[in-house]
Write a protein that binds this ligand. Sequence first.
Ligand SMILES: C[S@@+](CC[C@H](N)C(=O)[O-])C[C@H]1O[C@@H](n2cnc3c(N)ncnc32)[C@H](O)[C@@H]1O
Length: 286
Amino acid sequence: MSERTRVDSAHISPSAHYTGYVWYRHRLSEPAFATSMGRSVHALLRPLTWGARRLFGLDIEQLLLQRHLTIDACLSAAIEQGGVRQVVEIACGLSPRGRRFTQRYAQLRYLEADLPPMAARKRLLLHGAGWLGGQHQVRGVDILAAQGPLSLAELLAGLDHNEPVLVITEGLVNYFELPVIEAFWARLAELLGQFPTATYLTELYPDLREHPRYRQLRWGVGLIGRLTRGNYPLHYRDDRQIAEGFERCGFPSVRVLDPAQRVASLGLLAMRGPGLVRVVEARLGG
Ligand SMILES: C[S@@+](CC[C@H](N)C(=O)[O-])C[C@H]1O[C@@H](n2cnc3c(N)ncnc32)[C@H](O)[C@@H]1O
């Protein structure tokens, strides 16, 4: 299964160049994280993102920043108030979070992971800049591999099981059908149960059918699907269903955050209408 699914979700990887370039553009990373592919895709999509902003008040980059900075804020709180000292970021792509947080917190161990080709690229990037070391490492993982060297179990095996742990996925969940991603969450919850306390942070785009921009949202996710040669299904109808879904997967404590409610504290622009993305903080133990 691992070999087949790895091929199946490899088409998602180019999207990491686009988001990587967005983080760079908004001064969240150094130039090493910006690739020529990211720059080209960004330029290619500019007329569309401009049109969405002007016609519908839908600012794609602000939406991406909402999720990214909300996850950052939850991570900072977990480190500063929850004593977290080991973080695993799965589907890291070209995200600069590992770099930013290891710079900020000297005691933090940060493990980034992605499909092997993207992991190799990220390792090279960090190594080339002299940022790789005991504190900051990169590994290959396939969230669909139930066993074997790329499985989640192998990724988490090297961590300190007597210490709290925090796992992040960003920009991953909606590329998979709900039963597939729920099976991953269930495997994750089971493995996180081996730590004294564990937190999982992720973002997802719910199927908000009553949202005034629902038609445009459907069009946008259809476009993401076409560009990445896959599907981009929306998951759950509302915050209650999100919480219930995570509880079913084995996370007893779930907080669903709407980043649109926090734009002022995140230093972002307010967008018209209710929020489109949610950040989920799911916890075990403690
Ligand atoms: C949209 S990018 C997000 C990258 C980064 N998290 C960000 O927000 O900029 C999606 C990432 O998911 C990774 N990915 C796709 N399928 C995966 C899988 N089966 N296991 C682990 N990562 C996967 C891709 O390689 C890519 O880096």
